[in-house]
Design a protein around this ligand. Structure first.
Ligand SMILES: [Zn+2]
Length: 312
């Protein structure tokens, strides 16, 4: 679908046209995924742009804490940030949005999972009803399993969330300490995802997939360092949801033109292209595709294969 139009838009470097073509965003941290202009109009102020590369999640969190979080505090701030994320997806031609909502956020609604879900449904209907929004629950890796389970359980009565993700400091605790949490999610039929192989090595990717029984990986770019791990991912059909600009800005790759996504693709691994945090990295999915094309990482035809991976 739209293959010819997508290839033409890339070849003509037509960003407006690219934005009109159906795409997916499967790696998106909701409150950090908002449309910058929309947020700026709302707060009546410019949000500074991250112009220098950084080297850690900690540094990113400090930047976000200083430049953005003060504007989206409390329940109304949270809802505005989610609203802006729906606006961004719609403006970017994202028709399939798998966006993670931290399990902690029900605390903004007096602990009620039901009220949080109601708010998400309302915002989705109001701002982007045409987008297929697939709600995902997010776990912060720095929180103990015991507490994550306590935060997670009330959501299970509603069958609203379809997948889970794990993020934050990749080294905060070993995957084995979160096994019970992931077993619970699996028993409820949720798709299992986790951030791994962004800062960690190739071996940690295979280990996490095996221990937590992951279906998909957020990032996973370190797999490129091991032929055997790449074969493992390919054999088990584990999809990598990759965010090129985020990898560059967090100094995970030296140059976009040498991004490992090329080698991962060449090794038969299913990859997709996503945004991570639009507020920080400033690129929508359309810009990410154009960047990979401009830097000669992929041909327009190959990028269409990757676009379609995400829409399946
Ligand atoms: Zn991420």
């Amino acid at each position: 679908m739209y293959t010819k139009q997508f290839i033409e838009a890339l070849e003509n470097r037509n960003i407006e046209k690219l934005r009109s073509i159906p795409k997916s965003d499967l790696h998106n941290h909701s409150i950090l995924g908002g449309n910058l202009k929309y947020i700026e109009e709302w707060i009546g102020k410019k949000i500074p742009r991250l112009t220098k590369r950084i080297t850690s999640i900690e540094e990113m969190e400090a930047w976000v804490g200083k430049n953005y979080i003060p504007y989206v505090k409390g329940t109304s701030g949270f809802e505005k940030a989610i609203e802006a994320a729906f606006i961004q997806a719609k403006a970017d031609g994202v028709i399939k949005l798998e966006m993670s909502i931290d399990v902690y956020f029900r605390h903004l609604y007096n602990g009620s999972a039901e009220e949080l879900i109601k708010a998400l449904k309302r915002l989705h209907q109001e701002y982007a009803p045409e987008v297929n929004f697939i709600p995902e629950l997010g776990f912060n890796r720095s929180v103990s399993q015991e507490l994550l389970i306590e935060w997670f359980e009330p959501y299970l009565d509603y069958n609203y969330f379809k997948s889970v993700d794990l993020y934050g400091d990749e080294f905060a605790q070993p995957a084995s300490k979160l096994k019970q949490l992931y077993r619970m999610a699996k028993s409820k039929g949720l798709k299992l995802k986790a951030h791994v192989g962004e800062f960690g090595d190739a071996e940690s990717i295979q280990e996490t997939v095996e221990v937590l029984e992951l279906d998909e990986i957020q990032h996973g770019i370190s797999a490129v360092k091991s032929k055997s791990v790449m074969n493992f991912l390919q054999r088990n059909n584990i999809q990598l949801n990759i965010c090129p600009t985020s990898n560059y800005m967090l100094s995970r790759v030296e140059e976009i033109k040498n991004h490992p996504i090329r080698e991962l693709f060449d090794n038969g691994i299913k990859v997709t292209v996503n945004t991570d945090d639009v507020i920080v990295f400033q690129n929508g999915v359309s810009e990410e595709f154009l960047l990979l094309y401009d830097q000669g990482v992929f041909s327009a035809e190959e990028l269409d294969v990757i676009r379609m991976n995400g829409l399946r």
